[in-house]
Design a protein around this ligand. Sequence first.
Ligand code: SF4
Length: 326
Amino acid sequence: MFATLTKSTPHQVNQADRLPDDLFTAIAELKQKMNAVILAHYYQDPDLQDVADYIGDSLGLSQQAANTDAEVIVFLGVHFMAETAKILNPQKQVLLPDLDAGCSLADSCPPAEFAAFKAKHPDHLVISYINCSAAIKAMSDIICTSSNAVSIVNQIPADQPIIFAPDRNLGRYVAEQTGRDLVLWQGTCMVHEIFSERKLIALKQKHPQAEIVAHPECEPAVLRHADHIGSTTALLKYVQNSDRQEFIVVTEEGILHQMRKAAPDKVLIPAPPDNDCPCNQCPHMRLNTLEKLYLAMKNRQPEITLDESVRVAALQPIQKMLEMSR
Ligand code: SF4
C-alpha cells in the first residue's frame, strides 16, 4: 500500500512520488539493495537515528565515513557533514536527504572574508572546527571537532601562533583549557548561542540535585554554570556513567534520544532557549525527514558533489585530524 507525498523541497523529486506505508522496512530494503550505509548525527529526529547504522558526533561520523566499505553513504546531518564524507570518499555516492540542511555556524565564515583574515596573520597555523564549508577546510592546516579540539591544540608547539575558526565559543573554551592565546574567528551556532542563562539558573533552582552538562559551543555565561562540558559523545557518556540521577542538558535536544536509551533510569531535562520554545532544536538538522530519506535513497539524489581541487585541498587537514586523533 502506498501514500502520496504532498510536500517536497525543490531538491526532492516530483510530488507524485509515492511513499510506502512502512518506511522503516522500505528504507532497510533499499539500504541492502544499494549497499549503502546510513550515518546519522545525534541531532537528527529520533526516527532517523533509529534507521541509522551509526549514530555519532562529527568526529565519529568522519571516522566512520573514512572506513566504510559501503558503495553509497547516506548522510543524516547537515551539508558540511555530508561534504566531509564526500571529501573522504570521492569515488562513492554521498546522499543528503535535503540539500538545504545547512548550518548557521558554517555560514558565519564566508571564504573570501576568511582568506582576508588569514592573510592578516601569515605566521599562524589555521585550526578549523569541522563545522565549516569545504572551502574553509581547504584554507586550513588542521581540522578538529569538539571531541578532539583540546587534544589537537595541545599537540601544537607552544611557540606556534594559531587561528581558531569558525566558532568563537569553542575557541574560547579551547583557549582556556590549553592556556593558549588563540586568534578567534567570531562565528557562532544559532542553536547553542541562544540558551538562556536566566532560565538555566531558574531550572537549576527547581532541580537542585541536577547536574548541568553543556556543549562548548554555548556562550561563556551559560558554560560557567556547567558541571561538565564536552562534545555530544562526551555528554552522552558522562550521563550514562555518572552516579547522579538528574541532568540538565544544554545542547541540541536530539541527543536526549540516545541518552534515554543509554540511561533509561535517569531524569533528563532539556535546557530552554531564550525564546518561547521549551526545547532547542536545530532547524537545519530537522529539515531531514524519514520521507525525504526514503526518496533520496530511491532516487539516488540529492547527491553531494565537489570541485576536485577544493576536495583535494580540504582532504589534507581532515587526514591530519584523523591521524592526530588516533
Ligand atoms: S546545531 Fe549549530 S553547528 Fe550544528 S548544524 Fe545546527 S546550526 Fe550548525
